[in-house]
Design a protein around this ligand. Structure first.
Ligand SMILES: [Ca+2]
Length: 208
């Protein structure tokens, strides 16, 4: 038995649709390009912690990441690539100040940050200036004196163009005792999109 012309046409359309959907499925993960390695910090100490998100029903303590306000135009210690830059604009609190501006495929890597196994998550303010693919949160771990390749630990994005508090992003520290060091990379998704990030906080889970 041979398929009728109608059936063959239907199958052809189905295969074409399947191919199209495969071709346009957005990537669910994106790994950043490894930034140039930098020397690790020579010593670690606990940073001051506060509760910046009490008004958003998050009572956790957080420490501001180094340069995490993005108020300095030259983003000291941060490695900016692919058009990532600091721009002055209206921040989440309404004041004008610097924020990290990330066009699609650009990336921004933090200086080394000291953490322990009790630093589970990080949060930042984010908004979509154009597009909605969001920003991929990559982490590098200092192991045996060398930085690992960036690891994509998830994605965060804003609600349209409004400043939005990100969901908690997974740091996934090594399960070792004592200090360890990481570098964070924000990688902008999409092809013609643009995102902005401000106030990058990391969460040291204090034991009371
Ligand atoms: Ca700022």
């Amino acid at each position: 038995m041979t398929a009728s012309p109608a059936l063959r046409r239907a199958l052809g359309i189905l295969f074409a649709l399947a191919g199209a959907s495969i071709g346009t499925t957005p990537a669910l993960a994106a790994t950043a390009t490894a930034p140039a390695p930098v020397a690790p910090l020579s010593a670690c100490a606990a940073e001051a912690a506060s509760q910046p998100f009490l008004s958003w029903k998050d009572k956790n303590l957080y420490s501001l990441a180094p340069g995490g306000t993005f108020d300095a135009l030259d983003a000291p210690g941060w490695d900016l690539k692919g058009g990532a830059r600091i721009v002055p604009t209206a921040q989440p609190d309404g004041t004008v100040g610097g924020v990290l501006d990330l066009p699609s495929k650009s990336q921004a890597t933090s200086p080394p940050v000291c953490i322990t196994a009790d630093y589970p998550t990080a949060r930042a303010w984010v908004r979509n200036v154009a597009g909605a693919e969001g920003v991929f949160f990559n982490v590098q771990y200092l192991r045996d004196g060398a930085w690992t390749a960036p690891k994509d630990n998830g994605q965060f994005h804003g609600a349209h163009s409004d400043w939005t508090l990100s969901t908690p992003m997974k740091i996934a520290p090594d399960k070792t005792t004592g200090w360890q060091q990481v570098r964070f990379t924000f990688l902008a998704g999409g092809n013609t999109s643009r995102f902005q990030v401000n106030d990058f906080w990391i969460d040291p889970r204090m034991r009371g």
